[in-house]
Design a protein around this ligand. Structure first.
Ligand SMILES: Cc1ncc(COP(=O)(O)O)c(C=O)c1O
Length: 368
């Protein structure tokens, strides 16, 4: 392979000295679990996202779990979400004993369709819906403002650090937002990590309790929670990343523009959707290859040394893990078509201009 779809080792290099110094500081401090590094990271993160509270935890999956608990989701209740997402979004709902209610995505944006959500909420089972979970897929903004008032919105912002929804940061529009620091994310760490962001101080307190086995005072648990914390080491590394994030977000935008102009007008592909309100942070640059040629195009690209990825090959409602919910093929045509067309091109800030040109030219040739 000449061009990787993501290259974590390469992303480390430009900041190697600062990252190694941060790691050494933590290792010498003797404080590895919670403590000053974690508190400082939470404050800096909250400041960047919108001045509320950031409650860190062990992964984006745990952030979703905490956020849904915080939204009051109880066993047996329904939670509306998209079938075109990473498995964590739907699995977390099931892990809470709640029931995912899938609603199709909009064909152009691939975001949870707000109009269809309104219909479900107004329908016979709408009263049991305790939360709506839109996903800011690939770093594009989901239409959070268009969901009906009255039902808590938990934003899955795992892929959307740096995205604007209207004039607010993704993850800071609804009741709360779940972020992931998995290495491929815009604010990628060096292992697993996550945050729940909220502007609600008492919700933040409850989330802090839930991540520490429901105890606000050590060894005195008020409710059942879990152990989900961000390591001090990870927090220190993420602070280095956060200090320089704007440059990397800008580079993602430039890469996306370069791809857009190089790929414009090629028959057989659709370029990524662009929002007219808000911004796309391009965690992934995902084209759609139409006419059933996606897998062919992917294998031609592989032969030319270009690694690509399919996010996601199977919608959640057709995964065996969700079979008990009783959905069938054909239930969500937009999501199902998307799974056959999407192709994520290489996208990370250290990708250079020659590589972008090479990838674009290889795509053009593969589609022909
Ligand atoms: C949309 C979405 N939701 C949730 C997650 C879960 O995050 P994590 O992998 O940090 O648990 C991810 C990332 O993998 C994601 O892309």
């Amino acid at each position: 392979v000449n061009v990787r779809q993501f290259d974590g080792g390469r992303e480390f290099e430009p900041e190697a000295a600062a990252l190694l110094a941060a790691a050494e500081r933590v290792l010498r401090s003797g404080q590895y679990v919670v403590g000053d590094e974690v508190a400082a990271f939470e404050a800096e993160f909250a400041d960047r996202v919108g001045g509320g509270f950031a409650v860190s935890c062990a992964s984006g999956t745990d952030a979703l779990w905490l956020a849904l608990r915080g939204a009051g989701v109880e066993p047996g209740q329904r939670v509306v979400t998209t079938p075109f997402t990473f498995v964590a979004t739907g699995a977390t709902i099931i892990n809470l004993g709640a029931v995912p209610v899938f609603v199709d995505v909009d064909d152009a944006s691939l975001m949870l369709d707000a109009q269809r959500c309104r219909e479900v909420l107004a329908g016979p089972d709408g009263g049991d819906v305790q939360a709506v979970v839109p996903v800011h897929l690939f770093g594009a903004p989901a239409p959070v403002h268009d969901f009906p008032d009255g039902v808590p919105v938990v934003e899955d912002a795992a892929q959307a650090f740096g995205t604007l929804v209207g004039s607010h940061c993704a993850g800071a529009v609804g009741l709360c937002g779940a972020f992931s620091f998995f290495p491929t994310k815009n604010l990628g760490g060096f292992g697993d990590g996550g945050v729940v962001f909220t502007r609600d101080a008492s919700l933040a307190d409850r989330l802090r309790r839930l991540r520490a086995h429901g105890a606000s005072r050590k060894y005195y648990s008020e409710e059942i929670g879990t152990n989900s914390r961000l390591d001090a080491l990870q927090a220190a590394l993420l602070r280095v990343r956060l200090a320089t994030i704007e440059d990397r977000l800008k580079r993602r935008a430039v890469i996306a523009e370069n791809y857009d102009s190089a790929l414009a007008g090629i028959d057989g592909i659709r370029l990524p959707w662009r929002p007219d309100r808000g911004t796309h942070s391009f965690n992934q640059y995902v084209i759609r290859v139409v006419d059933g040629r996606r897998d062919h195009v992917q294998s031609v690209l592989r032969d030319r040394g270009v690694e690509t990825a399919v996010y996601y090959p199977v919608p959640l409602h057709l995964q065996p893990a969700f079979a008990h919910l009783g959905y069938r093929s054909g239930d969500f045509p937009n999501a199902e078509r998307a799974t056959t067309e999407v192709l994520a091109l290489p996208m990370y800030p250290t990708l250079d201009d020659a590589e972008i040109a090479y990838v674009a030219e290889a795509v053009a040739a593969a589609v022909r």
